[in-house]
Design a protein around this ligand. Structure first.
Ligand SMILES: [Zn+2]
Length: 163
């Protein structure tokens, strides 16, 4: 039986991968996310990082965009994929897990917003990329009114927290 990769299933996977692609030393990543150094290294070396993320990272190098905005683009890509899968699939469990995933992504954004605050930079909730993504998520969630309401409520609360 193949050994399960603890990074693939880590709830901060996207942030970890963004750091890997930023060439943050494995040891620092391990400390930052409280994981082992070897699993991080294996995750990279065994090709677990999605091609689309690697490509997005390449694009970022070209435009030299801000790290956090690139992370939001990763999130946007992943969220849209999850939501479109949820839309196509009539299976209730898939829909529910997609909504859960969207919630996790929003949590990650909130954490990124926290990092921004620490660095005394701009309020992420005022960023056009973030507002655009938020609008896309909420409109995609039209058919799941309960989830839409919960996510909108959560976003409002998080935005107020960083103010
Ligand atoms: Zn992995």
């Amino acid at each position: 039986m193949a050994r399960k990769c603890s990074i693939c299933t880590h709830k901060q996977r996207i942030a970890i991968e963004a750091d890997i692609l930023d060439n943050v030393p494995y040891r620092d990543i391990a400390t930052r996310y409280n994981v082992g150094r070897m699993p991080v290294q294996r995750h990279k070396q065994n090709g677990h990082i999605e091609d689309s993320l690697i490509k997005a990272h390449g694009i970022r190098k070209i435009v030299n965009a801000d790290d956090l905005l690139v992370k939001i683009l990763y999130l946007q890509e992943e969220t849209l994929m999850v939501l479109s899968e949820a839309k196509d699939d009539k299976n209730q469990n898939t829909v529910l897990s997609a909504i859960g995933k969207a919630g996790q992504l929003i949590e990650l954004q909130a954490r990124l917003a926290g990092q921004l605050q620490e660095k005394q930079v701009i309020n992420i909730y005022m960023q056009p990329a973030f507002i655009k993504m938020q609008n896309i998520i909420l409109s995609e969630l039209d058919q799941f009114p309960e989830a839409k309401y919960r996510i909108a409520e959560r976003l409002t609360k998080e935005a107020e927290n960083v103010r």
